[in-house]
Design a protein around this ligand. Structure first.
Ligand SMILES: *Cc1c(COP(=O)(O)O)cnc(C)c1O
Length: 454
């Protein structure tokens, strides 16, 4: 048997999304209003999101039907291939079997359209006039730009200033889909103006850009709504098409993963792959391990406290319980822009806290080295975010080699790196740096966490 690609038919495209909250052994933690600290009401959330997405956010149903209109668009790139990385296995000399789900085949190049298309659809049918959002590296912005274009919805993107400078081609892609893109902080919002007043050269952060996009929606008199590319329950749920397909494809390969790996920024691509497999652990006696991978520069799970914190820098977004580096966190300029968020999806945090998921933090240089090994064996250059998953996969495969184990490793190839070549150039020139998040910064951020009395 030398099969390399495991491909599904369009008829195998999942008809439902999976909701981990139906099966999670840890109850969901409360979501609190940023000012009153009372549990948020649908009224508060409805300023930001259409009702259908709010219902999904709080749903306890195990499965939610994927609308036909969304499945039709998914068919442009789904089902995505599952690839056995035989050439990488050989390069490492490992007895491990390495599989990856290639979400880089979507038109904008990552897993993010899986939720962007769903969110644009529910906003369109709810009569939303326009969407606002933030983007870091530009992957989310381009995914939502494509989706909004398909549903004829105007889109305003607040792009983290440093990425706007470093990744001009992502902006061109968003504009080609028809979106309006601004370097955040901007002078279009009160919050952006206040940040610029303190620091006219501010590199921006995901937290600041979220605050601006939220403010733009909240002050639009109901015309605009806001869209988030990760962290929220409904976003993670939309991504579960990845894991549901992968379950079928692993079955085609006649194997089952011993370990499921993915990089985590807000947690959505990893949850999308992992949660359907975690369901099999919880309900069907499977025994896979789960490993979430983050940068040492933003070590949310491995070094942050598990605490209530604001979802954004301006304290306009709800307070949720998560591992956090503090809402004021300004991340170092690592190239994995999608991994620079200060917090993490609450469901993933609670599962990690309860020991169902492990986490590792990896330094930037090692991830680029792993990415180059992958590129030279499998031919695909990964996004710097994805490189974190690959680095952990290689560590896992070398550990299996040392122990002589035929370990089956599955990971989410969350996106390609075609727009990240300047980062690769820096690496190849030997100019890439490692960043370690300083302990003082964690202690300082702790001082600013909201005091929540439950
Ligand atoms: C956005 C992004 C991530 C991180 O976001 P998650 O919500 O944690 O998945 C990872 N990989 C790629 C390619 C991305 O674009």
């Amino acid at each position: 048997m030398t099969q390399t690609k495991f491909l599904l038919n369009e008829t195998d495209l999942p008809k439902t999304w999976y909701n981990i909250n139906a099966d999670s052994p840890v109850p969901p933690t409360p979501v609190l209003h940023p000012q009153t600290q009372d549990p948020v009401t649908p009224d508060f959330l409805s300023v930001l999101f259409p009702m259908e997405l709010i219902l999904q956010e709080v749903s306890a149903d195990r499965y939610i039907d994927i609308p036909e209109e969304v499945r039709e668009i998914y068919k442009l790139w789904r089902p995505t291939p599952l690839i056995r990385a035989r050439r990488l296995e050989k390069a490492l000399g490992t007895p491990a079997h390495i599989y990856f789900k290639n979400e880089g085949v979507s038109p904008p190049g990552s897993h993010k359209p899986n939720t962007a298309v769903a969110q644009a659809f529910y906003n369109k049918i709810a009569g939303t006039g326009a969407l606002t959002t933030e983007t870091g590296a530009g992957q989310w912005g381009s995914a939502l730009s494509m989706a909004c274009n398909f549903f004829d919805l105007p889109l305003e993107v607040y792009m983290v200033n440093i990425s706007y400078q470093q990744k001009p081609y992502r902006r061109v892609l968003m504009e080609s889909y028809g979106a309006e893109v601004f370097a955040s902080p901007t002078d279009r919002t009160q919050f952006g103006q206040s940040v610029l007043a303190d620091d006219p050269e501010s590199p921006g952060s995901l937290g600041i850009a979220i605050s601006e996009a939220v403010e733009a929606a909240v002050t639009s008199g109901g015309k605009k709504k806001y869209s988030l590319g990760s962290v929220l329950n409904h976003v993670l749920m939309h991504q579960t098409v990845v894991g549901e397909e992968a379950l079928k494809q692993m079955d085609m390969a006649g194997e089952y993963p011993d370990v499921v790996i993915g990089c985590v920024g807000g947690g959505s691509n990893y949850a999308g792959l992992a949660y359907p497999f975690l369901r099999e652990n919880l309900l069907n006696d499977q025994n896979a391990r789960f490993v979430a991978v983050e940068p040492t520069a933003t070590p949310t799970l491995t070094r942050g406290p598990y605490a209530f914190d604001y979802g954004d820098t301006a304290k306009m977004a709800p307070i949720v319980k998560m591992f956090t580096l503090g809402h004021g966190f300004i991340p170092p300029p690592i190239h994995a822009g999608g991994l620079r968020y200060h917090g993490m999806a609450p469901s993933l945090c609670s599962l990690y806290d309860a020991g169902h998921i492990e986490a590792v933090a990896l330094p930037q240089l090692a991830t680029f080295e792993a990415a180059i090994t992958f590129t030279r064996s499998e031919g695909i250059i990964p996004a710097p975010e994805t490189a974190h998953a690959i680095c952990a996969v290689i560590d896992e495969a070398l550990d299996a080699k040392e122990k002589g184990e035929e370990r089956v490793i599955l990971f989410n190839f969350s996106g390609h790196g075609h727009f990240d070549l300047s980062a690769y150039q820096t690496y190849l020139n030997g100019e890439l740096e490692d960043y370690e998040h300083p302990e003082e910064a964690i202690q300082a951020a702790l001082q600013h966490l909201p005091q929540v009395n439950l």
